[in-house]
Design a protein around this ligand. Structure first.
Ligand SMILES: [Zn+2]
Length: 263
């Protein structure tokens, strides 16, 4: 093991990767999926189709390869994301793109059915979203970092955080970044995941969002993946901020002895 890969592994073992817990290290070393100690339920909540993919598609692929169940939870169907199309038409096109991307990453899409560009954060939406997340019984949730220039990204993050509080902080919570500098702001990572083995699938899944001209925006994500790789000693990495006080984070540290949902 050279110095670089060692550093990456160590950086990872301090947080999300939980080497041997999520089974990710064994996957990276051997190139084959290994049975996880316990199958985890992971929810990746993004505001629009393409956010979970571009924010942590490499990590999603690694988790599903390791035998965990991953749900991509889209707050909207990207209704305002295609010029010249009605909200319904755009939603249909982008739903199909999200389904294709999820297939590539080994995730299952779920839609929260708010409207792109018009997401709401209020008592009813908090309750609805909390109910949606509670029904998934996640062990780990990923979502947008709340300081972001896009209102829908902020809304998504606030809904997740409020649900996390309301559900007793019982799952691990990590924030991902999208187009840092342009969208995500003030992002100082606490954890990194080496996505060298899955970067190609992340790229393919993001490219599945044909309506969004991914050939124009993916190079920005490519630069981020390489930069986070440089920071953590890998070729490509995704970076995260870990929410403190999460019950699931302790479980990750201690090998997930049981589900925090009592099942
Ligand atoms: Zn977005």
């Amino acid at each position: 093991m050279n110095g670089l890969s060692r550093r990456c592994l160590l950086a990872a073992s301090g947080g999300l990767l939980g080497v041997g817990v999520l089974g990710l290290a064994a996957t990276a070393a051997g190139g084959e999926a290994v049975a996880p100690r316990r199958k985890l339920k992971i929810v990746v909540a993004g505001a629009h189709p393409d956010d979970p993919e571009s924010g942590c598609g490499g990590t999603i692929a690694r988790l599903s390869d390791a035998g965990h169940e991953v749900v991509a939870l889209y707050l909207t169907r990207g209704e305002r994301g295609i010029q010249g199309k009605s909200l319904e038409q755009a939603a249909a096109i982008r739903t199909a793109e999200a389904e294709k991307a999820c297939k590539i990453l080994g995730a299952r899409p779920v839609f929260a059915d708010q409207i792109d560009g018009d997401t709401e954060v209020n008592q009813r939406r908090y309750a609805d979203f909390r109910g949606l997340l509670e029904a998934q019984r996640p062990d780990v949730v990923f979502t947008h970092w709340p300081v972001d220039t896009h209102r829908d990204h902020r809304a998504c993050s606030h809904l997740v955080y409020d649900a996390w509080l309301g559900l007793g902080k019982r799952f691990a919570l990590y924030y991902f970044e999208v187009l840092t500098g342009e969208q995500t702001q003030n992002f100082a990572p606490t954890d990194y995941v080496d996505i060298g083995a899955t970067e190609a699938r992340k790229r393919e899944a993001t490219m599945a969002h044909v309506s969004q001209n991914p050939e124009e925006f993916y190079p920005l994500h490519d630069r981020m993946n390489r930069f986070r790789g440089d920071e953590s000693g890998c070729k490509f990495a995704e970076a995260f901020i870990r929410q403190v006080q999460a019950m699931g984070s302790d479980l990750l540290d201690h090998g997930f002895p049981s589900s925090s949902w009592g099942g």
